[in-house]
Ligand binder design. Structure first.
Ligand SMILES: Cc1cc2nc3c(=O)[nH]c(=O)nc-3n(C[C@H](O)[C@H](O)[C@H](O)COP(=O)(O)OP(=O)(O)OC[C@H]3O[C@@H](n4cnc5c(N)ncnc54)[C@H](O)[C@@H]3O)c2cc1C
Length: 392
């Protein structure tokens, strides 16, 4: 039996970023089921940080996290973990109302966003994007503050930070049982390897509720949803490297340049079970169709395709905090489609809540207060209050 101060289940961005913060408070052990860190959601993300997604709390978490990405701590990673990539949200005639609402939602967090109605200007930013007509862009918001993140560099750097503080990050350790013994939680693999700690952190991604029920807890209502990505070639002779991250205001398409190719998604959200998500033919075809609908690119070949799970609780806000019904059991789940862009803020929140420290400075001013993050809100809250939290 190996003992530590904090046991973290899950070697994705949530578990590793929190582990790096907790290393200064005691010994941390991270246990990951797969042989590689970030094998599931964290390694399948398109790794973008922007204000065009999520509710007001998510935007607050994103805003707080930016300072980490814009000026990464000295020695954290030998390469930059983020680089500037503007985001361009476009509307057709039919989705103009959604673009206007997005402008209002974003306004509190970025004053750099520019409203564009000049179709020639939209076309100059992303020449492949159709303009005018029923499916063409008639207006857009250009936000120059978007950031392309390097997910692998982040995962490896957080793991390195944990080890540098004397902690352990162990892969190939699928935890099959968890039980409270005295003041500690004890977890075991099927092979019988065991660890114990007074604080057990469930950062199991799509498996978050499943892991909690292994430990005898009630679920908090986590729903994994599948999202599909295709990689295609840019039009022949085109250098798309300087194109922005392009997102439809209707919420049914995005595209961004990555390593000489274009990644595109139909922004699908299909309920799924925890597992090794695979792309469905229908969603791949839909991705190609949306590329051809919104751009003048002909999808002659799909170079690569994949799917991953984005897991949400009812109000679609990431959740962190001790379970009020199980001493020492700490939830860190529900990162949805924004686990990378919110990770520095969520890790600071975990540090505060798990060690009894102060709420991270500046977060409340951004609208992120403990009641919106802690798991209590998900049990016993009326459907009405959850729906209004999701909207506002
Ligand atoms: C296609 C796609 C695009 C995305 N784009 C973005 C984006 O642009 N920006 C952004 O911020 N976010 C994006 N996301 C969302 C982001 O990827 C997730 O929010 C984030 O990765 C969730 O991190 P996690 O650590 O909670 O989950 P995971 O990375 O899934 O990690 C959880 C880990 O727990 C492990 N585990 C589970 N049960 C056990 C057990 N019993 N024992 C041991 N280990 C266990 C799993 O093996 C897994 O590795 C995207 C997601 C997808 C799928």
């Amino acid at each position: 039996m190996t003992t530590s101060d904090f046991l973290i289940i899950g070697g994705g961005i949530a578990g590793l970023s929190a582990a790096a913060r907790l290393g200064r408070h005691g010994k941390v052990v991270v246990l990951e089921a797969e042989e590689a860190l970030g094998y599931h959601s964290s390694g399948r993300s398109v790794s973008f940080s922007h204000y065009g997604i999520g509710n007001a709390v998510v935007r607050g978490l994103t805003a707080w996290s930016r300072s980490f990405y814009e000026a990464q701590p000295e020695g954290f990673c030998p390469t930059p973990v983020a680089r500037a990539m503007p985001s361009l949200y476009f509307a057709t005639e039919a989705s103009l109302g959604a673009l206007i609402a997005l402008r209002t939602d974003m306004a509190r967090f970025t004053d750099a966003a520019e409203w564009i109605e000049d179709e020639a200007k939209i076309a100059a930013l992303c020449p492949a994007l159709r303009t005018g007509g029923p499916d063409g862009a008639v207006a857009a918001i250009l936000d120059p503050t978007g950031l392309k993140l390097d997910a692998d560099a982040l995962l490896q750097s957080f793991a390195r930070a944990v080890r540098a503080d004397g902690g352990e990050v162990l892969t190939g350790r699928r935890i099959a049982s968890a039980a409270r013994r005295g003041e500690d939680w004890e977890v075991k693999t099927e092979q019988g390897e065991a660890w114990s700690a007074p604080v057990l952190i469930d950062a199991g991604g799509a498996w978050g509720d499943g892991f909690a029920s292994l430990a005898g807890l009630r679920p908090i209502g986590l729903q994994p949803k599948r999202r599909t990505i295709i990689a295609i070639d840019p039009p022949p002779g085109t250098d798309a490297a300087a194109w922005p991250f392009v997102h439809s205001a209707a919420g049914d398409f995005y595209m961004l340049p990555e390593a000489g190719q274009l990644l595109a998604s139909p922004v699908d959200e299909v309920d799924d079970d925890p597992g090794d998500a695979q792309p469905e033919d229908y969603d791949v075809a839909l991705a190609a169709h949306r590329v051809e609908l919104y751009t003048d690119i002909r999808v002659a070949r799909i170079a690569h395709r994949w799917a991953g799970l984005r897991s949400f609780v009812a109000d679609r806000t990431p959740t962190a905090g001790f379970d009020p019904e199980a001493p020492g059991f700490f939830w860190l789940v529900g990162q949805g489609g924004y686990g990378l862009q919110t990770a520095p803020a969520m890790a600071a929140i975990v540090e505060a809540l798990a060690t009894g420290g102060a709420w991270p400075s500046g977060l409340a001013e951004l609208g992120v207060v403990p009641d919106r993050i802690r798991p209590e809100r998900l049990r016993g809250g009326s459907a009405h209050s959850l729906i209004s939290q999701a909207i506002f």
